[in-house]
Design a protein around this ligand. Sequence first.
Ligand code: T5A
Length: 222
Amino acid sequence: MRGKSIMATPPGIFISFEGSEGCGKSTQIRSLRARLEAEGGAVLVTREPGGTAIGEKIRHLLQHDDDGDAMCPETELLLFTASRAQLVREVIAPALAEGTHVLADRFLDSTTVYQGIARPLDYDAVVRVNRFAVGDCLPDVTFLLDMDSEAGRARAKAREGLRDRMEEEPPEFYETVRRGYLRLAEEEPARIRVLDADATPEMLAERIWKTLNDCFPHGLSR
Ligand code: T5A
């Protein structure tokens, strides 16, 4: 039982959210955070790239800095995974160890799909670099919010914001991303749960909550 001083604190649950641009990850993370906190859970939200001082600098270079235009795919891969390596050791692993649930807005599946499938890089090499960066810190559950990639981009573009280099690819790139995610979900159906992101935010939130309760029938502590 959580909170008994004579017992070790059970680790938090690690939940990642994946999908192409504008699929609603941040919206669902906000809902789930509120629900978990209402149940008394401690919750940490992370976003990638970023989430540490080093990671935020990498994020700027990867997404917003005009110097990033010259970036080759190998450098892009190493920067995304460098940001994640720092986030895992500085933030995610310590939080899980003290019993905090972690909700990650993107994690290693983003790299597998964007760099390993959509970019012209060797897939097996990307998987190896990915695993090296995170060690044994892997999500317990991943929600893949799946929707038409152009409809998702239209949602994302409707918002004002900084220039994002990663959102300037041709439509085929994002279609490849979508198919790549679905392929991963077929390979790992126990971890990656696919949800139709065209549903209303409220319906999606209910499906996420039900799935989590099915995955952790004895409560959201272990
Ligand atoms: N990347 C990232 C890599 O290439 N490799 C990697 O390893 C990693 C980690 C990150 C970029 O970097 C790439 C992938 C990305 O290109 P980002 O700035 O973090 O980019 O942006 P995204 O992750 O793409 O997220 P977005 O902020 O664009 O979208 P979200 O969080 O999925 O969506 P959200 O919740 O902000 O919603 C978008 C809009 O849709 C509405 C919301 O109100 C909002 O206006 N909305 C809905 N509308 C209708 N129905 C629903 N169900 C809705 N849910 C939300």
